[in-house]
Design a protein around this ligand. Structure first.
Ligand code: NAD
Length: 437
């Protein structure tokens, strides 16, 4: 395996992404899907062509090689990426993903979503994302550390406390951020604000680990209320049992909902009477998967999306809800904790069927919001208490959620369209007033 090139969809002829208008389908790449929703919004907002060209492409894209020595002596050359999509509203901000799906197209899509998300939740950041093509589940701790340190050194030229601040995403965690901070600090000196999502003992914020899940639950409670549905006792199915999936499940249960299904990459489990989330966590830690849990039946990831429930929360990967299964989803409310879980074709089907979809750029903003609080604390060298973090998070989530629902009602659009309209409009006006175009 040593030394081979990963398969990627990188297009050298189109280095920064294109301005394309395409029909909704399942076959779109992640970046085409993100751009599709952007263009619908740009049409509604009458965004000028030159501004549209700036907002639909990346500002800067960096692809790097990362040779890593493995325990068996072999050397694997991984490919890493950092994409800065738009910086009109502040320093670039977005997570780092380690997965075998990572390529330039995926990172570019996630960077663009960060731009709209950060504007919508109104933190003073532009959008960015990074990633490394690898399988973190097959790597040892020292292998991951070597990969992370080399990747950090390779992207250190374009990141910075006031330039671009990475954070965790799929396949990365607080430990990854600790290595990144340490590696960056070797050259630049002690710089805790270079990454967020760090361990608390290194300047991380209390409440950051669970922040995305907490935000998802706050948003879901508000959406349920507006849909005339009781959150207490509602049956919830959640795909993904990592950082976001676990915390969403645990906090939803704490708030009185009944979590009937969860899953991980190997498959899921279902119990119509509800699962006890902390016992499932323990089982999954011991068994390496939620599957095989004694008090539930095993289901596939596909079946999980279609189980009988009131609320469906995809919290794993993109593109899992498509035109083949959108018609079979039984939930009346779907909340996108994952980034890009719904293809544009499926989005149309769900809208036609009257399923309320709370879009990713609203639902999963809790993480970046508390990342912002962490960065502020690092810069001020002043620690906040957990209750202050949670109070501020709740205030911002509630404000953004209300704005999205009110705009959707006023303009008779979906929640996704309303969320994009708010985000795109804010970035458009910052780009114009700065004189980008
Ligand atoms: P994670 O690595 O902690 O967990 C990912 C989970 O998804 C794991 O349970 C894994 O087994 C499962 N999974 C992986 N591949 C799968 C597949 N093919 N089918 C079903 N399940 C699969 O990642 P995370 O941080 O929880 O991120 C999950 C999603 O939430 C991603 O889309 C990420 O971009 C998004 N997100 C994360 C954050 C954050 O703060 N971590 C913030 C905003 C959005």
């Amino acid at each position: 395996m040593g030394g081979e090139e990963p398969q990627t969809k990188d297009d050298p002829q189109n280095p920064l992404g294109t301005v394309r208008r395409v029909e909704a389908s399942d076959e779109m790449t992640p970046f085409e899907a993100a751009t599709y929703f952007f263009h619908r919004s740009a049409d509604r907002l009458n965004v000028r062509d030159e501004v549209r060209a700036v907002l639909s492409t990346s500002y800067r894209e960096l692809a790097v090689q990362i040779p890593v020595k493995y325990e068996d002596g072999s050397i694997h050359v991984h490919r890493g990426y950092r994409v800065q999509h738009n910086g009109a509203r502040g320093p670039y901000k977005g997570g780092i993903r380690y997965a075998d799906t990572v390529d330039m197209d995926e990172v570019r899509a996630l960077a663009a979503l960060m731009t709209w998300k950060n504007a919508l939740i109104d933190v003073p950041y532009g959008g960015a994302k990074g990633g490394v093509h690898c399988d973190p589940t097959a790597m040892s701790h020292p292998e991951k550390e070597r990969l992370t340190r080399r990747f950090t050194a390779m992207i250190s030229y374009i990141i910075g406390v006031n330039r671009d601040i990475p954070a965790p995403d799929m396949g990365t965690d607080a430990q990854t951020m600790a290595w990144m901070m340490d590696e960056y600090g070797r050259k630049m000196g002690y710089t805790p604000g270079i990454v967020t999502g760090k361990p608390v003992e290194l300047g991380g914020s209390p409440g950051r680990e669970e922040a995305t899940g907490r935000g998802v639950v706050l948003c879901t409670q508000e959406a349920a209320k507006r849909a005339g549905m009781s959150f207490r006792g509602a049956a919830i199915a959640i795909q993904g049992f990592g950082n976001v999936g676990y915390w969403t499940a645990a906090l939803a249960q704490e708030a009185g909902a009944k979590v009937v299904a969860v899953s991980d990459v190997r498959g899921g489990i279902y119990n119509a009477n509800g699962l006890d989330i902390d016992t499932v966590l323990k089982h999954s830690g011991d068994a390496g998967s939620v599957q095989g849990y004694h008090d539930a039946e095993d289901v596939s990831n596909q079946e999980l999306l279609e189980v009988r429930c009131d609320i469906l929360i995809p919290a794993a990967i993109h593109g899992v809800i498509h035109s083949e299964n959108a018609g079979h989803i039984k939930a009346k409310l779907m909340v996108e904790a994952a980034n890009g879980p719904t293809t544009p074709a499926a989005d149309e089907i769900l809208t036609d069927r009257g399923v309320t979809v709370v879009p990713d750029i609203l639902a999963n903003t809790g993480g970046v919001t508390v990342s912002y609080f962490e960065w502020v604390q690092n810069i001020q060298q002043f620690r906040w208490e957990l209750d202050q973090v949670n109070r501020e998070l709740e205030k911002r989530m509630s404000r953004a959620t209300t704005q999205v629902f009110e705009r959707a009602t006023a303009n008779n659009t979906t929640l996704r369209d309303a969320a994009f309209d708010i985000g795109v409009d804010r970035v458009r006006s910052a780009a114009e007033v700065r004189g980008y175009v």
